[in-house]
Design a protein around this ligand. Sequence first.
Ligand code: NAD
Ligand code: USQ
Length: 384
Amino acid sequence: MRILVLGADGYLGWPTALHLSAAGHEVGVLDNFARRAYDEELGVESLVPIESFETRIEAWREVSGKTLTPYVGDLTDPEFTTAAVRGFRPDAIVHFAEQRAAPYSMIDQAHAVYTQTNNVVGTLNLLYAIAEVDPDIHLVKLGTMGEYGTPNIDIEEGWLEITHKGRTDRVLYPKKPGSFYHLSKVHDSHNIEFACRIWGLRATDLNQGVVYGQQTEQTDRDPRLATRFDYDAVFGTVLNRFVIQAVLGRPLTVYGDGSQTRGMLEIRDTVECIRLACENPAEPGEFRVFNQMTESFRLEELAKTVAEAFPGDVEIEHLENPRVEQSEHYYNVVHTGLPGLGLRPHLLSNTLIESLFPIVEANSERVQDGALLPSVRWRGALRG
Ligand code: NAD
Ligand code: USQ
């Protein structure tokens, strides 16, 4: 297949592009380097150094003999987006290219507006580009489990059959997200479902949980192929942060009482889920939703798992929660779609956690101490 990966310079987009290329697909890679600009703005860097887009692409060619076709530009530019889709002529488009940090979207009004504009407008331009160039292209869009929030009923895969006053209908599952970033994904989901319904597009919305890990079979093949490893309180995700804090000898920062539960998955499962979704497309007109997670954990349980895996003393600290989120809640997620396509999940074991410790040790001098503790508060700055 010909697969265009949007956001291919990012944490997940890069290893996904390599995984698809290694599986024999012709892969195009698109990015506007916004993520590298957020690093500059926040004064932090990936814990593991990453090469330029050009160097990564060249390294993959040397290692695998395979070519990645680059497109550098911004999805919020409609002409660029349509030209890229027309130029590459993909069978499938994998869309990772959004501002993805909840805390970044909650810094102030300007960051909330940027996040929603970047994400919603970029996706809308993409929908128009697909409809214009070839409505048969399968859109594989990264959504997020956080779209659902923590409802007191089972979380179904995107749709809910409800009976109201004796009548029954199938509706998009009601959403209760927890940040302006997560809300941007809800808006995207509605726009994509609408485009499937009115234009007959085919789309898969992957409501992915929190990702952990840093290496895949392909990124491991050469240090120049490494993907990012974020540790800061804005972009670092929780398990990766706990691992880094343990190695640095800092307390693990559990927000609140740690009774929040989140769906999670390993990065090697992310890339495999994307391959499965691409190779098994949605039907024309279908808005298909998969919940892309393999296990769920209470955060206090996650912190204890990291502490037990680390060969040394680890302190767990409960910080006042900078976010507004529910504790002690019901959480039961249906996630049968991707296993049904053949996913064999890597479950969190001490082996994975232990494999991350030496990566952190080797790069620990790159950590900026000031970036470890959360500074963005959900009830904080309204304007910058
Ligand atoms: P990332 O920030 O590392 O990568 C996103 C990439 O998209 C970056 O390289 C950025 O430069 C690019 N981008 C952003 N806006 C763009 C635009 N307008 N035009 C072109 N390129 C643009 O993020 P990630 O962690 O790789 O996440 C990728 C996707 O997966 C996101 O949509 C995110 O919401 C979703 N997701 C991530 C996680 C996670 O734990 N990392 C979990 C669930 C869902
Ligand atoms: N948390 C801590 N301590 C920390 C960091 C986070 O207790 O040091 C808690 C948060 O309060 C939250 C949970 O851990 O309850 C997850 O936080 P996170 O920062 O790891 O993840 P989140 O903000 O939800 O966002 C990440 C990605 C985002 C993706 C989302 C999937 O950045 O792109 O959409 O995971 S999900 O959570 O399923 O919506």
